[in-house]
Design a protein around this ligand. Structure first.
Ligand code: ATP
Length: 596
């Protein structure tokens, strides 16, 4: 059974017309119930504005200039006309819609409606063409992409063309969170939101909404309940809460816990499947094999298990002394060319801290000491590879001493870990089984936070004509929204200010994003996408920001005073990985404790 792409277009139109999460869920439930199983995964990916799960290293990302050529060819109009309209409308999707409606009207006047061709515009067809576009590589691939896209547009209706173009240019942005899709799948195929926990666990294990949708629709909830981590598919990472004193940590941990160095590097999940293929996934589940050939090498030779999924931190080390270097040095690896040179200049070491699967055994439901033991059994330690340094403590003094030691060796602090029988690997969750203790908590807001840009203001004076200030927000995972916490205009270099507009160009939208909660109205709204690190002097109550609104005092939110960009764009974090509203509330409370 096939599904016309027009049905997806109607879904997108309905979803765009609401900003309420519950309504979005209802609309999706109805759609999923009527969607043939054979295209369910494709429909899910397309609705998220992509073709595959995030971890597949293939991107559509067709350049604007190729899209302009394709639109022009599809309606036999000059490129200059498409360009002029683009300048006026600023949205290539709208340009395609408008050019096609004009073209179709003219075609109708010539007694040719093209209806016969329209029949083939099914979801499957659109998906297959987009897939071919994504895979086209090498010589002649640009022409091939233009040909495929213009043929597809020629057959499409104006509205279909709008969404097709938005998909290929990476500008779908319907504002639907993964969690909303999970809710809708649970209701559509398992009868109610009660099934949500099992659906979410399966998602945390596989990071693949499309596969989950198809499994649920064809095999039912039982099949999802028994899902295990699969080498090759990244598991969503377990995350830590934070506290600011050894006493609080020990109390929370029941008096005894393991503490480990918190290395200042890049988190990595290393997978080896049954065919011996090794893959490295970043904290945001992207494949990073290309950045770390040396880590692939270490994993191949120093981890003795046929199949495994382990986690650790990649740290840059000094090529002469072997000392650990700050996180920033790893950024040299995040480039397309010259990785070999970067590898010589900034060698990497691997500090392993967890094992989720060893020799096919799912360890995620085992307590941490068992997982660490299995990790230790398969790791052949050496100069460049070792387990995270660990100690088991039951008094504040020992914890503090170990902390000082970690700092003196160039770490950020410690991660305390529960070692009791319930200390399972909680994929995709920030919880109290892990608690981080970082140096900077001890001096009020020396501490940095990672915030999401949700709006922007034009600069004045020397910054006139450029974006001078960003409206920043923390993430509220309960409601799945971003709540504003400060406006930040310091810490940016002149070059950064000059380049800010083009950096943010793709994120600028004409209205407040449905997942943003703000009392302020910036000059430009941004789709939440960029995460940046900010330091402030302190956290204060604020009548104008929505972060923590009403949680400390009725009618007041929390704001970061004197925020300053640290120079660090946290490109490895997704907006949902930003500092949470609850973390800001906790930081405010711990500030108060210090003052009193
Ligand atoms: P941060 O920005 O503070 O690193 P985060 O949001 O990336 O935080 P958290 O779970 O809050 O992640 O903090 C733990 C992070 O610390 C892990 O994601 C990992 O990258 C890093 N890390 C370093 N050493 C360890 C360790 N021994 N055990 C667990 N995580 C560690």
């Amino acid at each position: 059974m096939s599904l016309m792409y027009q049905e997806l277009v109607e879904l997108y139109d309905r979803l765009s017309a609401t900003t309420k999460r519950l309504e979005m869920t209802d609309i999706l439930v109805q759609f999923f119930k009527n969607c043939p199983n054979s295209v369910l995964d494709k429909a899910v990916y397309l609705t998220q504005g992509r073709l595959y799960p995030e971890f597949v290293p293939l991107e559509l990302g067709v350049a604007d200039r190729l899209i302009i050529k394709s639109i022009a060819q599809s309606v036999a109009a000059p490129e200059s006309e498409v360009n002029a309209l683009y300048k006026r409308l600023g949205d290539l999707g709208k340009v395609a819609e408008s050019m096609l409606s004009k073209g179709k009207k003219q075609a109708t006047l010539c007694f040719f409606s093209g209806e016969a061709r329209r029949d083939k515009v099914t979801v499957e067809h659109v998906y297959n063409v987009l897939d071919r576009i994504a895979r086209a590589q090498g010589e002649g691939s640009q022409e091939e992409k233009i040909r495929l896209l213009s043929d597809l547009l020629r057959d499409a209706s104006p509205r279909e063309a709008m969404y097709i173009v938005r998909t290929v240019s990476g500008a779908m942005r319907l504002g639907i969170a993964d969690m909303t899709i999970l809710d809708a799948l649970a209701i559509a195929f398992a009868g109610s939101k009660d099934a949500r926990e099992s659906v979410e666990r399966a998602y945390n294990m596989t990071s693949d909404l499309g596969t989950i949708a198809v499994t649920l629709a064809t095999e039912g909830i039982g099949a999802l309940r028994s899902i295990k981590p699969i080498p090759g598919r990244p598991v969503r990472p377990m995350l830590a809460e934070r506290l600011s004193s050894p006493e609080e940590i020990l109390e929370k941990m029941g008096g005894r816990c393991a503490v480990e160095y918190k290395y200042d590097g890049e988190r990595v999940q290393i997978h080896r499947d049954g065919d011996g293929r090794i893959n490295l996934f970043s904290r945001r589940l992207e494949n990073i094999n290309g950045h770390y050939p040396d880590v692939l090498e270490l994993a191949a030779h120093r981890l003795a298990s046929e199949t495994f999924i382990v986690e650790g931190e990649i740290v840059a080390v000094d090529s002469y002394t072997g000392d650990m270097l700050p996180f920033q040095e790893l950024m040299h690896r995040r480039r397309k060319y010259g990785v070999d040179e970067a590898m010589q200049a900034y060698p990497a070491a691997l500090k392993l801290f967890d094992a989720l699967l060893v020799e096919g055994d799912d360890l995620t439901l085992e307590p941490y000491p068992v997982r660490r033991e299995r990790l230790s059994e398969i790791t052949r330690e050496g100069d460049r590879i070792s387990l995270a340094k660990q100690r088991v403590v039951s008094d504040a003094r020992s914890l503090e001493n170990f902390f000082e030691e970690a700092i003196s060796e160039g770490c950020e602090g410690l991660v305390a870990k529960s070692i009791d029988s319930s200390s399972v690997y909680k994929a995709g969750a920030r919880g109290w089984l892990w608690i981080k203790y970082k140096r900077d908590y001890r001096s009020e807001m020396q501490d940095s936070v990672d915030l999401v840009a949700v709006g922007a203001y034009w600069g004045t004076g020397r910054r006139a004509g450029n974006i001078g200030t960003l409206l920043l927000a923390a993430y509220d995972p309960d409601e799945d929204v971003f709540r504003t916490v400060c406006k930040c205009s310091t810490g940016f270099s002149d070059e950064e200010i000059a380049g800010m507009k083009s950096l943010l160009e793709k994120d600028i939208i004409s209205h407040k994003h449905p997942r943003v909660d703000s009392k302020l109205s910036p000059d430009m709204w941004l789709s939440p996408s960029k995460v940046l690190e900010v330091r402030g002097a302190e956290i204060t109550l604020s009548p104008i920001h929505t972060c923590g609104l009403g949680m400390i005092r009725d009618g007041s939110g929390l704001a970061i005073r004197f925020p300053r960009f640290t120079g660090r764009w946290r490109s490895e974090k997704r907006p949902e990985d930003a500092t949470t509203v609850m973390e800001i509330v906790e930081m405010y409370k711990s500030q108060l404790k210090k003052v009193s």
